[in-house]
Design a binder for this molecule. Sequence first.
Ligand code: UDP
Length: 143
Amino acid sequence: MAQERTLSIIKPDAVAKNVIGDIYSRFEKGGLRIVAARMLHLSRDQAEGFYAVHQERPFFRDLVDFMISGPVMVQVLEGDDAIRRHRDIMGATNPKEAAPGTIRADFATSIDENAVHGSDGPDTAKTEIAFFFDDSAICPRTR
Ligand code: UDP
C-alpha cells in the first residue's frame, strides 16, 4: 500500500480532557508517524472555511461554535494507507456506533463533540493539509 498523508485534528473537547498524549500514542501504535503539528485556537473564519463543505447542513453553526470553543491540536500523519488507517483508529462519526477501543468510543461525548477529525480521502487530505501547513512545515522521517 502507498505511503499517504492525512490531516488529523484533536478537537476542543479532547484537548480539554487532556488526552492529546493518549491520542498521539494510538496514532504511533497504529503505524502512523506525526510529521507536522501545531496547536491553535481557530477563529470563526478559519472554522467556517475548514468546514465549508458542510455549510448547508443543519449542524453547521453548532459545529463552528464547538470548533472555536477552545484550542485544537492539528497534525499531519504519514504512513501506509494512512487515510483509512487513521479513520479506523478514530472510529465512527457517532460515538454510539464507534467500535470499542477507538478514539471516539473512548473520548467522544456525542456526534457533535466527537474528539477528532480525519480527512476522508486523498483529495480532501491534500486540501486540508494545505489549509494548516506550508510544505516547509512538514518533516518526513529521514531515518
Ligand atoms: N457533525 C455534527 N452533527 C451531525 C453530523 C456531523 O455535529 O449530525 C459534525 C461532527 O463533528 C463531525 C463533523 O460534523 O465529525 C463532520 O461530519 P462528517 O460526516 O464529515 O464526519 P467525520 O468525517 O468527522 O467522521
